[in-house]
Design a protein around this ligand. Structure first.
Ligand code: HEC
Length: 124
């Protein structure tokens, strides 16, 4: 095989892997790309919620916009497994939802949940 053929195959292969990781990233890749220090998971959750602008659509701790449901009390309404599945991929549960898939890593999801559980435990 000629040298330029090999180079071409490497370029195409690398591009294909890049497109795969970008369009449908596997969880290990998300976890590698978006680590979160969970030492203080509640304030880590606050930062993640700010990073993804969840308050553009949700009231969280009474702040934000009510385009989507108020997340106050959400940890009482939904069980932990449903909450995690929802945050991993909202459209796999409700295809018509306007909530995007933020490609959240597992520690980002854990941080968000710590914060939501904390809010629900202190608000009533
Ligand atoms: C573009 C608007 C939008 C954004 C941004 C958004 N959401 Fe949502 N979310 C919704 C809507 C709308 C629903 C209700 C599901 C439905 O009926 O489509 C929802 C549902 C939820 C639910 C389930 C609530 C329930 O009572 O069933 C959780 C939890 C949630 N969102 C968390 C988040 C988090 C965390 C973020 C930020 C990472 C976020 N959302 C960003 C629109 C949004």
């Amino acid at each position: 095989m000629s040298r330029s053929r090999i180079v071409l195959m490497l370029v195409v292969g690398t591009a294909a892997i890049g497109i795969w990781l970008w369009l449908s990233p596997p969880r290990w890749w998300l976890n590698y790309m978006k680590p979160v220090d969970l030492t203080d998971s509640v304030s880590a959750g606050q930062s993640v919620i700010a990073k993804y602008a969840c308050r553009k659509c949700h009231l969280i701790g009474g702040e934000g916009r009510a385009k989507g449901p108020n997340l106050g009390g959400v940890t009482d309404r939904l069980d932990p497994v449903s909450l995690r599945l929802w945050l991993q991929d909202p459209r796999s549960i409700k295809p018509s939802t306007p909530m995007p898939n933020f490609q959240l890593s597992d520690p980002e999801i854990e941080a968000i949940l710590s914060y939501l559980y904390e809010l629900d435990s202190t608000s009533d």
